[in-house]
Write a protein that binds this ligand. Structure first.
Ligand code: GCU
Length: 394
């Protein structure tokens, strides 16, 4: 991931500015690019997700397994070890792509929660050493347990590849004081934990998604100009941040990402900054704690995160029974980021009021829907993402 140090051109303008939880309206594209975008990016890097260290370990790829008879002959399956120098186990990348494709195919890159083998019962999927085992599975069938979240046949049938890695192969989702996963590889001499403005686990996961992109750039069957990053919930927070950090992601989808994702924090609806930092102290950088019960002090709310992805298309989705993620806050964020898209000559969100469930808005470069039901990523959600991606990728 390229994280270039930012020089703020007019600190005085920035210092006086508070963007708040409002529509991001600016005079010109030039002003956005020169003044506001760098300030907002710097804010998310140093105060929210934390910076990604610049020094990068060596990364190499190794094809572990390949078959053109997956999913009943409909797909090609590839399993690739992403070997990161210093990391004890590889990041296992699993890809399904259309078996019969004319030319390069577009792809959805999506991190998974419990291991590649949970996305499909396919018995050949390699189980990561880091995946939950025995007791930790809490009764889940080890293979295919998360299948409802991964409608592979529909995605591959629509002409897309799916490329997934397990979050725990990059960084375990526990507060281990950053002693496992990739953080230690980046410590400078004498350093044992990330500095207050350095990355937490979400930043690490986003880094992992960029390594998937590195592989896809080498795979001649994938069109690396048509790659979308998709994530659900904590991994939806991650997909937005990954798209900010890595412009090679041409489109981003945040499914039910809530607090620290698409939802506005200053509304304090559902999960708050204090609550998320208490339950998941490892997700964000240490500086983010300054905003516990102090959301007004944020330079900008989460609409700023979406605006940083502009002009690339973004899709935000909510679920009616997901009050914890504050659906209205997710919608408003998409709306308030939209003026920045307009500076680029694009239509942002095409609607200005929260739509009815199952009435997606995909006309603009910012898409949105709210689905009836619980916090989850379902076939319905995926079908909307495919439709939205088709507008740009087909
Ligand atoms: C918890 C957490 C959310 C997160 C969710 C998930 O509910 O509070 O912030 O999005 O887990 O990842 O499923």
């Amino acid at each position: 991931m390229l994280m270039v140090a930012v020089v703020l051109p007019s600190m005085s303008v920035v210092a006086q500015q508070k963007y708040g939880a409002k529509p991001l309206e600016f005079e010109s594209l030039k002003e956005w690019k020169k003044v506001h975008r760098p300030a907002i990016l710097e804010f998310f890097q140093s105060e929210v997700y934390g910076r990604t260290p610049e020094k990068q370990p060596k990364v190499s790829f190794e094809m572990l397994e390949q078959s053109d008879k997956a999913l009943g002959g409909k797909a090609v399956r590839k399993q690739v070890a992403i070997n990161v120098e210093g990391l004890p186990t590889p990041i296992l990348l699993l890809i399904y792509q259309p078996a019969e494709a004319k030319g390069k195919v577009p792809a959805f890159v999506c991190m998974n929660f419990k291991g590649n083998h949970q996305i499909n019962p396919d018995p050949v999927i390699i189980i990561s050493e880091n995946a939950p085992k025995g007791e930790e599975l809490k009764g889940d069938a080890p293979r295919g347990a998360a299948m409802s979240r991964w409608p592979l046949e529909e995605i591959v049938g629509a002409g897309y590849a799916v490329a997934t890695i397990y979050r725990g192969d990059v960084d375990p989702d526990v507060d281990d004081n950053f002693q496992n996963g990739i953080h230690p590889l980046f410590y400078t001499e004498g350093q044992s934990v990330p500095a207050a403005d350095e990355w937490g686990t979400i930043g690490a996961w986003a880094w992992g998604l960029s390594r998937v992109m590195d592989y896809l750039e080498k795979d001649k069957s994938i069109d690396n100009k048509r790659v979308a990053v998709v994530g659900h919930s904590r991994l939806g927070k991650t997909s937005l941040w990954a798209a900010v950090c890595d412009k090679r992601f041409a489109l981003a989808v945040s499914n039910d990402s809530g607090c620290g994702g698409a939802a506005l924090s200053m509304r304090k609806m559902g999960e708050t900054v204090a609550k998320i930092n208490k339950s998941f102290p490892h997700w964000f950088c240490d500086n983010y704690n300054k905003y516990n019960d102090n959301e007004e002090a944020l330079l900008v709310d989460q609409q700023g995160l979406i605006a940083l992805i502009a002009p690339r298309p973004v899709y935000v989705a909510s679920a009616t029974e997901d009050a914890w993620a504050d659906p209205e806050g997710e919608f408003l964020s998409a709306l308030y980021a939209s003026p920045v898209y307009e500076l680029y000559g694009k239509k942002g969100l095409a609607i200005s009021a929260m739509p009815q469930p199952e009435k997606p808005s995909i006309e603009g470069s910012v898409g949105y829907h709210i689905r009836t039901g619980k916090h989850d990523i379902t076939l319905y959600d995926w079908l909307q993402y495919i439709k939205f991606a088709n507008k740009y990728f087909k």
